[in-house]
Design a protein around this ligand. Structure first.
Ligand SMILES: Nc1ncnc2c1ncn2[C@@H]1O[C@H](COP(=O)(O)OP(=O)(O)O)[C@@H](O)[C@H]1O
Ligand SMILES: [Mg+2]
Length: 309
């Protein structure tokens, strides 16, 4: 199975030379990215990214639940600026892998590095602050809060104001509050939920809730956005729209890890795909290679083991 090395098989055309302009406005315009929105959403982030260096390294990750080995010695990298698909049949270990990466589970053994720093076993909020944000397979929003409040809560993870400062209404807090609302609105706009900013999130349509979850994860200004089956329950047109949003998110400079059960769906949007089956990595490569890989085809068809290469 071939793996994609950035220097040999770049799938996408992104600035990657070190003397690339800071922000490639032509590329952004091409992808329909509004600079003003992009800057309001993440004022401090370097928007132009270079594809290639290893942002996340999962090394020999094993997770056991009692006797069940949910992940068995799994290794893969996420390269900066790419959309990596993590696919596999139900029960393959995809969500478990996310949970280990985001601090829900402590690895039984193995390592997870973010920009070279170990994050395996760290607390969830600390991992979020370090730059790894996620959505959940089952939507988790604050139902009694408005869409905007749900996003501003995410922004709070980065707030510097102390609780005391907030109560005393210190000038810096007031300034941050304003910019939090502006950034929150920009994020809602970005994901297409701005018209429902004042709606309680439990009253939003399912599709809007899914998008709001993405906005909330983006609010933490992550280096890597991890999406766990974000298109679950969508009809084909909604799925297409969501994949377009994910492409735009990547175009905006984020690195994306996309869990998806539907193999066809990830083919069109990912740069590279890692395939899990029964907790083991069975393939890692560009979509066209994955599509033809006999082990992957077999895993998805549920063919007997002895037919598998
Ligand atoms: N908290 C848990 N306790 C026990 N078993 C679990 C737990 N979470 C996941 N599993 C098991 O680990 C395996 C992988 O599950 P999961 O990661 O959810 O798969 P996927 O997301 O690929 O469908 C399954 O057999 C599942 O039942
Ligand atoms: Mg899952």
């Amino acid at each position: 199975m071939s793996t994609t090395e950035p220097e040999m098989a770049p799938e996408n055309e992104r600035g990657r030379s070190s003397d690339a302009p800071e922000i490639d406005e032509a590329m952004m315009a091409e992808q329909g990215i509004d600079m003003e929105v992009a800057e309001a959403v993440a004022p401090d982030r370097e928007i132009a990214v270079e594809v290639g260096d290893k942002l996340v390294e999962v090394q020999n990750l094993t997770i056991k639940f009692g006797g069940l080995v949910a992940l068995d010695n799994v290794s893969f990298d996420i390269k900066r600026g790419e959309i990596l698909g993590l696919i596999g049949p139900n029960g393959a270990g995809k969500t478990t892998c996310f949970n280990a990466m985001t601090g829900v589970y402590k690895p039984t053994s193995g390592k997870i590095l973010l920009e070279g720093t170990s994050i395996g076993g760290q607390k969830q909020h600390k991992i979020t602050r370090m730059g790894l944000a996620r959505t959940f397979q089952n939507i988790r929003l604050f139902g009694e809060m408005t869409a905007l409040e749900n996003v501003v809560v995410g922004l709070d993870a980065r707030h510097r104001t102390s609780v005391g400062g907030a109560l005393l209404r210190l000038p810096r807090h007031i300034r941050e509050e304003k910019s939090a609302i502006e950034r929150g609105m920009a994020l809602l706009e970005f994901v297409g939920v701005a018209d429902h900013a004042a709606t309680l999130s439990r009253h939003l349509s399912y599709g809007h809730q899914r998008r709001l979850e993405i906005a909330r994860a983006l609010a933490t200004d992550p280096k890597v956005l991890c999406l766990d089956e974000p298109a679950a329950g969508f009809n084909p047109a909604e799925k297409e729209d969501l994949m377009a949003l994910i492409r735009t998110i990547r175009g905006d400079g984020y690195t994306v890890l996309l869990i998806e059960h539907d193999m066809k769906l990830v083919m069109g949007v990912t740069d590279r795909i890692v395939v899990l089956e029964f907790g083991k990595k069975i393939a890692d490569g560009i979509p066209s290679a994955i599509r033809e890989d006999p082990r992957v085809v077999a895993a998805y068809l549920g063919e007997p083991e002895d037919d598998v290469a």
